[in-house]
Design a protein around this ligand. Structure first.
Ligand SMILES: [Zn+2]
Length: 399
């Protein structure tokens, strides 16, 4: 038996207790927990124990993390950003495996224990990025669980060959099929959705669609996604990332959308975009029972230099941009960065509770609300009961 005791941790409800970890799982929580005499003891010194952070939307394969500063050059439209990114990545010729490993070690040091990453799949790059990220995930498997979305960043119907690559990516281990603005990028709502849903159904994959299309184009896309989710029996396995349109619809139209999302158990990811970009009213979505999660999106890449890969900071930004000040709002933001993401990724049990894997972090805060407000340094991060980071530095070796 492999035991370790976290002594004097603070729980989410404010209680102080010891946490006994046995064979990678939380075996007991209490004040008088029996422990093997030779078991190592870690003094939590009253630090708050939070469940491992879940980055539900990253782009690990194309980060510029750890490389010299790259001044942002892209124009404001999605199409301009896609073209600019292709130019930048061609010129820099970075290794998806090495780059994703660099970023993942930073994320682990900030307390992330699970990540869903959208990996570019396109005719000009084939499956090279998928293979690079898969190799990284294997090398870092003791520190973080990685779930891969095969992501058609350059479009689907406008890029012949992409559908075959998505299908091949699913056969080679991508767990989720991505999509991208069926109206705005492909100008073929039915074509893109029929095609990616067919792959997901055939290969037993989930779906996670980037939907930046605003207003009615976005709303019409949500309706068609809901139709196919119901028809193919994919309830609970479909997510929409960004869904900017939900931040700008008339109340009655918005309620219709929230009903469809709830009834078909379609999850919504928002990372609370900056610069006045509309995003879903997350408290209303939560009240309507829509599943919510969050992620970093592109971390220091050709799309933006600003996202940091710190999911506690992300929870803060969700709260900040949503205007939350009350504890319930701050806790909702944290939940999107922990349990919400874990549910979408299909993690069976997640939390500081007996029976769950010991994926957790310690930090100095009185409670969850203060953890979000201050997003203080992470003292310690554990993955399946092993310490993977201390004082902001990952213990795990590089690629
Ligand atoms: Zn994205």
């Amino acid at each position: 038996m492999d035991e370790v005791l976290l002594r004097d941790a603070r729980l989410g409800d404010g209680r102080r207790a010891d946490i006994l970890i046995r064979d990678g799982c939380i075996a007991a929580i209490g004040t008088k927990v029996p422990v093997a005499p030779d078991a190592p003891i870690i003094d939590a010194a009253g630090c708050l124990a939070l469940p491992g952070l879940v980055d539900g939307h990253a782009h690990l394969d194309k980060t510029l993390w750890g490389t010299p500063w790259h001044s942002h050059q892209a124009g404001p439209t999605i199409a301009e950003r896609i073209d600019n990114e292709r130019r930048v990545l061609r010129a820099l010729d970075l290794s998806p495996k090495a780059q994703s490993a660099r970023l993942v070690q930073h994320m682990v040091a900030r307390g992330t224990t699970h990540v869903r990453t959208h990996v570019d799949v396109a005719p000009e790059i084939g499956l090279a990025n998928l293979h690079g990220v898969q190799a990284m995930a294997e090398s870092q498997r003791d520190a973080i669980d990685v779930q891969i979305v095969a992501f058609p960043q350059c479009g689907v119907m406008i890029r012949p060959g992409t559908l075959d690559l998505l299908d091949q990516a699913a056969r080679e281990g991508a767990q989720v099929i991505g999509g991208l603005d069926p109206v705005g990028i492909d100008n073929d709502l039915k074509g893109q959705l029929d095609a990616i849903f067919a792959i997901a159904a055939r290969r037993d994959c989930g779906i996670d669609i980037h939907l930046h299309d605003r207003g009615e184009a976005g709303a019409a896309t949500i309706e068609k996604i809901a139709e196919r989710t119901a028809a193919l029996g994919l309830r609970g396995r479909v997510a929409i990332s960004h869904a900017f349109c939900l931040g700008m619809l008339e109340p009655a139209r918005l309620e219709r959308m929230l009903g469809l999302l709830h009834d078909n158990d379609i999850a919504v990811m928002t990372h609370a975009p900056a610069g006045g970009v509309p995003f879903p009213p997350i408290r209303l979505l939560a009240e309507r029972g829509v599943r919510l999660f969050t992620g970093s999106d592109g971390e220091r890449d050709a799309w933006s230099p600003l996202n940091s890969g710190d999911m506690l900071e992300r929870a803060y930004l969700l709260a900040y941009l949503s205007g939350f000040r009350d504890d319930a709002g701050l806790q909702l933001a944290l939940r999107m960065a922990t349990h919400g993401g874990a549910q979408v990724l299909g993690v069976a049990r997640h939390g500081v509770e007996v029976g769950a894997p010991a994926d957790l972090l310690l930090l100095e805060a009185e409670n969850e609300a203060e953890a979000v407000a201050l997003h203080p340094p992470r003292r310690l991060v554990m993955k399946r009961g092993k310490v993977v980071a201390r004082d902001g530095v990952a213990c795990h070796a590089g690629p």
